[in-house]
Design a protein around this ligand. Structure first.
Ligand SMILES: O=c1ccn([C@@H]2O[C@H](COP(=O)(O)OP(=O)(O)O[C@H]3O[C@H](CO)[C@@H](O)[C@H](O)[C@H]3O)[C@@H](O)[C@H]2O)c(=O)[nH]1
Length: 473
């Protein structure tokens, strides 16, 4: 660690890939500003994080042990290791037991030559606020989500109870917000629709995290002003003490725009890049991925395979299920035209390849930002949480995506996307008039995203202002 570094920032990511990766990107952006960064995490998460930051001498890891708790399989230190979503609640609660070791670690850092300017911790780690307040260090909360979806989520938390009797597709009014599209209850995350006032342990955990968030010194957002400026004031109105929302994103671009991103995540590139290089026509390949959390049934995966096959479009499809395999006869039909990958791929690298012309996506916020930054239009298929709002925003708000037709089975309440809907959506995105205009919008937004992280750009300058303000405290 170079000794000349004058400032020090502590990051504490939540142990889920979609939450950790953007904070690692932030650590690299800070490191580019010659700031020392300490990332607090648990031993098994430390292994993968260490690989990711291997080439960044200003970033170091501080390990604290994950507790052993009843109801959680031993060794589960990341949501990706949970046997099913049933374990999510116990996992959230287990993280609270990290408080003591975190405080010990923070005390040691405070006594060091470069005491931390602040702690940036994930929304889910709301209990870090009490530790930070006790030790006199400002806590900033980090959300993996965008400004609009967070503002809608907070407003709906307050106003949704009054709207509970409404049908799923009736427009709802959030009095404190100016929305870029007509919002219905079907767009809201499930926990807001079902009952925001439940007393179950998970709701209670979230309520505590929200209370801690509201009292934090500020909030770091992985977004950029040009994308979501008009929603920032209503978002900030939920914070006490005039806390500010600092839009520093797209976080992964800070490093990439300087050509500094190292090959940390690219086990796949030996196979995928040559395959993509062979696809001579630009914008001709569809990339398909549903992120790290959504569980997609085997029947639905079969429909995706058939839809992609019928569309005639070349594709790369990342499948999370280890047990699912292609329906019989399909492998032959797809030979040479489609690549199905079951390992972790470097999504950002794939999206930035000139051959990629569309992304069939679940609309996790990271995927939305990565696609837009690469100028790639999305075929939106939201599955859970904020993804419905992200999909509405990118489609109806920004015009950089089309929606895939989803049908809800009224008996089972399951959503099915048919092979016909997938085929139709892929064809329109890749070759239709609507797809063409979505691509133009995505490309324009990609140029703006790139400028935001460069010297003089909104996110670059906001990062400097944040550090100046913390130093001046
Ligand atoms: O093989 C893979 C799979 C994923 N990724 C990366 O993993 C991240 C995935 O993030 P995201 O697209 O946001 O999906 P999830 O991980 O499913 O996102 C969770 O977290 C997001 C941020 O809070 C929320 O918006 C989502 O609803 C929630 O499911 C992205 O950076 C991808 O580039 C890879 O690089 N390779």
């Amino acid at each position: 660690m170079p000794s000349s570094l004058a400032s020090h920032v502590v990051l504490f990511p939540f142990m889920a890939q979609g939450h950790t990766l953007p904070l690692l990107d932030l650590s690299k952006a800070l490191s580019l500003q010659q700031i020392k960064v300490s990332i607090v995490t648990t031993p098994s998460n430390a292994k993968s994080i260490a690989e990711n930051i291997a080439n960044y001498p200003n970033i170091n890891l501080v390990e604290i042990s994950f507790p052993i708790v009843d109801g959680l399989p031993k060794g589960c230190e990341n949501t990706s290791q949970l046997p099913s979503m049933e374990f999510y609640g116990p996992f959230l609660h287990a993280t609270k037991q990290l408080q003591r070791p975190f405080e010990q670690a923070l005390k040691t850092m405070i006594k060091s030559k470069t005491p931390p300017l602040c702690v940036i911790s994930d929304f889910f780690l709301g209990w870090t606020l009490a530790s930070c307040q006790a030790l006199g260090v400002p806590r900033l909360v980090f959300h993996g989500m965008g400004v609009l979806s967070m503002a809608i989520g907070k407003s709906a938390w307050v106003h949704a109870p009054q709207q509970k009797s409404m049908s799923m597709f009736e427009p709802i009014d959030l009095p404190d917000m100016k929305l870029p599209f007509t919002l219905t209850r079907a767009d809201l995350p499930g926990e807001l629709i079902d009952s925001p006032n439940q007393d179950d342990p998970e709701s209670q955990f979230l309520r505590e995290a929200m209370e801690a968030e509201a009292k934090s010194w500020g909030v770091i957002v992985n977004s950029f002003q040009e994308l979501e400026k008009s929603h920032i004031p209503s978002f900030e109105s939920f914070y006490k003490n005039e806390a500010k929302a600092w839009c520093l994103g797209p976080l992964f671009l800070h490093d990439r725009m300087k050509g500094l991103e190292k090959c940390t995540n690219q086990k796949d590139s030996s196979m995928l890049t040559p395959w993509l290089n062979k696809q001579v026509a630009p914008d001709s390949v569809m990339y398909v991925s549903f992120g790290t959390q959504a569980d997609v049934s085997d029947a639905q995966l079969d429909e995706v395979a058939s839809g992609l096959e019928e569309s005639g479009t070349p594709f790369i499809w990342v499948v999370r299920s280890k047990t699912w395999s292609l329906p019989s006869g399909m492998e032959e039909k797809l030979k040479g035209r489609g690549l199905i990958v079951k390992e972790w791929v470097d999504q950002r690298q794939i999206l930035s390849h000139r051959a990629i012309g569309g992304f069939l996506s679940h609309c996790g916020w990271n995927s939305v930002l990565e696609s837009v930054s690469a100028g790639v239009p999305i075929l939106a298929w939201p599955m859970l949480g904020d993804q419905f709002l992200n999909a509405r925003f990118i489609t109806d708000g920004l015009g950089a995506a089309l929606s895939v037709k989803r049908i809800r089975n009224t008996d089972s309440n399951e959503v099915l996307v048919s092979r016909e809907a997938i085929c139709e959506g892929v064809k329109e995105l890749m070759g239709g008039q609507k797809g063409k205009s979505a691509r133009e919008r995505a490309e324009a937004l990609g140029r703006v995203a790139g400028r935001a992280v460069q010297r003089g750009g909104s996110s670059h300058d906001t990062l400097n202002k944040l550090i100046d303000q913390l130093r001046a405290r």
